[in-house]
Ligand binder design. Sequence first.
Ligand code: OSB
Ligand code: MG
Length: 368
Amino acid sequence: MKLSRVTLREIRMPLVHFFETSFGRTTERRMILVEVEGEGSTGWGEVTAGENPFYNEEWTDAAWLILRDYAVPRVLGRELRNACEVSDLTAHIRGHQMARAGLEVAVWELEARLANQPLWRHIGGARTEIACGVSIGIQNSVEQLLEKIARELASGYQRIKIKIKPGWDVDVVRAVRERFPNIKLMADANSAYRLSDAPHLKQLDAFYLMMIEQPLAHDDIIDHAKLQAQLDTPICLDECIRNGHMAEQAIEMRACGIINIKLGRVGGFAEARRVHDACRERGIPVWCGGMLESGVGRAHNIALSTLDNFVLPGDVSASRRYWQRDIILPPVEVSPQGTIAVSDKPGFGYDLDLDYIRQITVREETLR
Ligand code: OSB
Ligand code: MG
């Protein structure tokens, strides 16, 4: 397989509702779509970096330069044995997994299309339906949050994740638990606390959460191990886990009981499978995280979620929760049971709405 062309496009999409985490509020997404062409077919990928380097060190503008100047030139025009090679060819780049992943997942999608296979089957997926939860950002009031949760539960979502930060944590979780005593509930702090907050976080044990996600620093596995020793609630690591080896180390140190896998954060499908396999071998369940993706990233997340150790509901939900109009057709729909049926079409399983993509593209560059 040889790539003859790679096109980068930056698109802008306003969110239906703002999304607020401990590191800030997002109202409009700027994402990079990567289109690769080779052997007479095309594959598409999405860069999941944020608009600012606040979730991790990556952001949209940096990802564009990494792709254009470092990742794409390594892969373009070279004879590739398979999609796995993309990750190896760009491994000389320190960090920037999300930028590298945008290219890597596009090549996987191309390879699946060339094999006339659905992407989920091509990566070794095992299930035809995935379980969905929702991630609900910090709201302007607790009342608003409770209303939102009620609406998502009525739509069928199987698990509710709320975002927490100092000043929006124990009291909020208590209010949610009082109103919804029986739901699958969890909280994501996006690195807003320090180990010295352990006694404060310990209060969350009273609310039997499924897990608390990434409470401490984005790069600190050791402090998470120290915190986990003090909590009954399992810790789920997100930001900390950038590859399979780090997953092994975190599990060995007992820093977490669960791991959230995001394609972008770990650099694409090849590494996501390594994280998945490392967790499975050690009895650690995983679920698929989200980064407010457009339909392209969403479709890739659906494929990833079909691997057999994705046993917990993920943050992969319907297009309409994010976008008035998505860039894929049909948009991602969730059943009243809170599941997404996996498409059997070749590639990522949806059509691209190229007219709409053209309308919302603010820059485009083709490399040959
Ligand atoms: O930590 O999981 C996170 C969104 C942006 C950055 C980080 C995170 C999130 C989410 C949203 O929780 C998940 C989604 O609905 O896409
Ligand atoms: Mg998270």
